[in-house]
Design a protein around this ligand. Sequence first.
Ligand code: AMP
Length: 536
Amino acid sequence: MLSTMMRTPLTLSHLLERAGRLFPTSEIVTRMPDRSLHRYTYADFYRRARALAEALQKAGMQPGDRVATLSWNTSAHLEAYFGIPVAGGVLHTLNLRLHPTDIAYIINHAEDRFLIVDDVLIKLYEAIKDHINIEKVIVVPLTGQPVPEGLTSYEDFLATATGDFSYPELPEDTAMGMCYTSGTTGKPKGVLYSHRSMVLHSLGSALPDALNLAQSDVLTPVVPMFHVMAWGLPFTGIMVGCTIAMPGPHLDAVNLLDLYESEQVTKTAGVPTIWMGVLQALQKEPTRWKLLPMEMVVGGAAAPEAMIRAYDTFNLKVVHAWGMTEMSPLGTVSRIKHNLADSDPDTLYALRACQGMPMPLVEVRAMNEHGEAPWDGHTMGELEVRGPWVAQSYFNLESERDKWSADGWFRTGDVVTISSEGFVKITDRTKDLIKSGGEWISSLDLENLLMGHPAVREAAVIAVTHPRWDERPLAAIVLKEGATVTTEELRSYLEPKVAKFWIPDAFVFVDEIPRTSTGKFLKMQLRDKFKDWHWE
Ligand code: AMP
């Protein structure tokens, strides 16, 4: 029997309208390239996002047309986040850290028709312009420098709107945005989010046991808006009506801490690399910044337990979350369950260092050669997920169908254990697992432990071919400034903590660990570097 309930479509125009009506005085702050702070209110944001929507329609944007952005986290980018989709376009955020050849490939694969680019990134546009076919390029004048000839100024473009925009009626499954995976292997793959998936993701993310966002919060998304829609935070933030303080192009520790202090930030989110830098700055000058107690969501790569502990001493709470481009991205968040709240401190830290419990509406299972792994906290399997904000295919790419199981779950490529309490713990990427003498070794566990050693800043553990054991672990170590440690000391440090055969056979001290554009260890490059390693 059908219900008697209305079926209003879940579209972003509801979020924009709500923000404009209910929170006209909430502020949006942007750190500009010259470090000054630009401020305006939701009323301005609402007017300008709608002006962009109208201007795009007037410029001939058709439903489903892709509009690319090459931009930092700014208020103008936020306008694009809403203005493009509410007009029926598809917001395509480009990762400006990729190689120009890859950016051009992505633009061409997506068949982008319009491009909005920050003036400070014009050089990047110039490096790709002869390899792409964009109809109209709109430049956001962040510096006040004149816009290059032949390109349109964003302000002039907005001025073509008269203020009579009306929302087109969009079915909720209409595509609203697209992102390409940062991919450490192969060509980037595109995911198309729908209005429905993004609205549901926003509702889920705002929950207290997820990202815990309320209208009284001040939110700083440090995670770039070109990386999985800044984890959906621009949508969630605008939906709840909170103050938003954007770092612009200034992602270094001092600028971030200055922003946290001046704007009294209560919620922020970013990858572990960024939080490592901020932690070092705080440790160096512990009394310099007067911060409010702040929740710092960390994801994109594993957060070392030592980092979570260190931030606690500053009254800053690191909240570990896991996700993927293919899942909008939030999948799990690590919050302590009430029945575990009285556990001893070490257990609590271990739980917080896990990737956490699945969000409402997200289902998880771990699959191995025997089928579904039990939720026992130690049987490993590949994590598979299902839910309304999980992709069911890539954009225009048939070759990757095997990323979905026959019964429709998405295969994440992450190897996990799931505890009886439902805490997911990532032990590796499938391709990073180390198989030694037929037994699995978790590189992530080893890295996490090594990064708890007082002399170690970073550690990446990889598998290297071994004549006897097939593979053995090699640890690449970056030391903290001025610190020293011997291989023997590291071995003895690990000995009481892991099985003997887990202890890496080699420790190599390096200046830095190579990383992807989104801050993940580039283990492929490390494996390549050490592939001819001579075991003693
Ligand atoms: P991306 O699509 O670029 O967001 O990358 C997704 C991948 O990043 C996941 O499949 C994981 O391998 C990794 N990842 C994301 N969050 C975490 C986390 N909290 N801990 C460990 N790995 C993570």
